[in-house]
Write a protein that binds this ligand. Sequence first.
Ligand SMILES: NC(=O)c1ccc[n+]([C@@H]2O[C@H](COP(=O)([O-])OP(=O)(O)OC[C@H]3O[C@@H](n4cnc5c(N)ncnc54)[C@H](OP(=O)(O)O)[C@@H]3O)[C@@H](O)[C@H]2O)c1
Length: 258
Amino acid sequence: MSIARWPRAWVTGAGRGIGAALAEALARDGVIVYASARNREELDALAERCSTLAGSIVPMPLDITQKSDIEAALNGFDKEGWPELVVLNAGTYQPFSAQAFDEESFQRQIDVNVNGTMRCLAPVLQRFTSQDHGHIAVMASVAGYRGLPTASAYGASKAALINMCESLRLDLRGTGVKLQLINPGFVRTPLTDKNTHDMPALLEPEDAADRIVRGLSGDGFEITFPKRFTYWLKLFRILPYRWYFALVGRATKSGRSS
Ligand SMILES: NC(=O)c1ccc[n+]([C@@H]2O[C@H](COP(=O)([O-])OP(=O)(O)OC[C@H]3O[C@@H](n4cnc5c(N)ncnc54)[C@H](OP(=O)(O)O)[C@@H]3O)[C@@H](O)[C@H]2O)c1
């Protein structure tokens, strides 16, 4: 498959997990990928792993909670040329129950997942709308569809991203800027390794990355997978609360998410 329409891409959260697999899949297809995360060693290792591929990985370490880091990175784009594709994938997940409600963790998850994504998105939107061209994909999660046990912070952050993308998609109608939303089910990564509950239809990151690349090449707004799992959650989204809580409560038994 040729994806030459993105000679360059910027992927955040590319040090490991889904972002690293996505960066590698894009590099395999000949894309020059600017790969961001805080951990420089993971980015260097990714660049090394991809050194024989058709494209390449350019490590661009930054912390999405630091506006100055993002500004420095974007200054680099101003000098060297902007990527045609931006995938805002960086995110964090810390489950806690109502009984152990953790205000600091809540704030941290909102600051990385929502504000961090927004800090990257704002200058990208400004650039892409002024040139009337560009492709943005935002990583949310099916955990943002409805409330799940122990995910009050993570789910709220992902729900915010879903709603934000719906709004932006409408605003961008008729422009040359394409905006997509990525809502995966469970993918085996360091982020989900901390889960002790069942993870139905768990995918490997390479499989998730291939599905994302296919979705990015298409015209759909939402890239969601695996559908055998995420379509059930879509159905749950339209259930009245009474049925929703009964079904999810039964599926997650002791009050944990599945
Ligand atoms: N795995 C799943 O089942 C699943 C399902 C749905 C959605 N998602 C979403 O997919 C995205 C990637 O998840 P993953 O499972 O691949 O997670 P992961 O393995 O934990 O990787 C997260 C990546 O984000 C980076 N990151 C975290 N905080 C950052 C910060 N402040 N600034 C810059 N980079 C930061 C991490 O690097 P550093 O720590 O070095 O910064 C890492 O490269 C997340 O947004 C997650 O919510 C995952």
